[in-house]
Design a protein. Structure first.
Length: 286
């Protein structure tokens, strides 16, 4: 006869008790966590250079150092104990022509350390003796075209998060170029159409781990999806609801762009839990 759910739970509890009893006989235990990492090997021709990183497992654990150990390498490294005046003296001697090998051996430091101090001294000297620049001098000229003005308007809206009215006032007061709020709106909407065409052609096959959540704009939910590895945002959709059906619909639309992550990371929201139940993608809840 097939085992019932209660029988399976009882068997699992018995296994856990047996495992706990076997661990009790161990003399020393280390509290650690098993972490999955995605690494690059550094070879230009390897698949990890294209985004498909190598998977590796590692244990992490804490080590509480004693007072003598907490001093760290500073107690053993003479360079870290040197005061500022001594570092300045080493830099001056190196710039004055003293051989770096001899200077490093005499003071118990490395040549790399000496070069760093010399670079700091050179930078300070350059700044101290640099010619003062008249703030009224013209630094450069910009070839301003109609296309450049459109780019400037978009930069104000998208980068500086300026309002349409703020863009109008900035163009008038700082550039002497009068534009209407309607012109700013038209420039933004033209960019939106171009962005939609680019978004429709995006290829999402390289997304292996996705992170899903909701944000709110004017009390309206916005569904957000991002690639954990590259932080690329592949979903930003304003919706009337954030239930499981809405999430499933948007993710199925993204599957047409080859979005098939190994798993996704999400919180315990009911909408995202509903997506995991219908099997759109495995969800790791946090």
């Amino acid at each position: 006869m097939p085992k019932t759910a209660s029988t399976k739970l009882a068997a699992l509890a018995a296994r856990n008790r047996a495992a706990a009893k076997s661990l009790a006989s161990c003399r020393r235990l280390i509290k650690a966590s098993l972490c999955a990492m995605r690494l690059k090997c550094g070879k230009p021709s390897c698949r990890c250079a294209q985004g498909l990183r190598h998977e590796a497992l590692a244990f992490t654990y804490k080590v509480i150092a004693s007072r003598s150990e907490s001093a760290g390498p500073a107690a053993k490294c003479p360079a870290r104990r040197l005061p500022g005046a001594a570092r300045q003296n080493l830099a001056i001697r190196l710039l004055g022509g003293t051989q770096p090998t001899e200077l490093a051996a005499t003071n118990g430091v490395s040549r790399k350390f000496l070069y760093r101090q010399a670079h700091k001294a050179e930078t300070a000297l350059d700044e101290a003796f640099a010619d003062k620049v008249d703030e009224s001098d013209v630094l450069f000229h910009l070839p301003v075209t109609a296309e450049w003005l459109d780019q400037f308007i978009l930069g104000q809206v998208l980068i500086c998060h300026a309002s349409f009215r703020g863009v109008k006032e900035f163009m008038r007061d700082m550039l002497g170029v009068p534009v209407s709020i309607g012109t700013v709106h038209n420039v933004v909407m033209e960019a939106v159409e171009s962005a939609r065409a680019l978004n429709a052609a995006e290829h999402l096959a390289n997304v292996r781990v996705g992170a899903h959540d909701e944000i709110f704009q004017a009390r309206q939910p916005v569904l957000v999806g991002a690639d954990v590895d590259s932080t690329y945002c592949y979903l930003l959709s304003s919706e009337n609801s954030r239930d499981g059906d809405t999430w499933a619909l948007r993710l199925m639309e993204l599957s047409d762009k080859n979005l098939r992550p190994d798993y996704t990371v999400a919180d315990g929201g009911t909408g995202k839990i509903g997506v995991s139940k219908i099997g759109v993608s495995p969800v790791f809840r946090i």
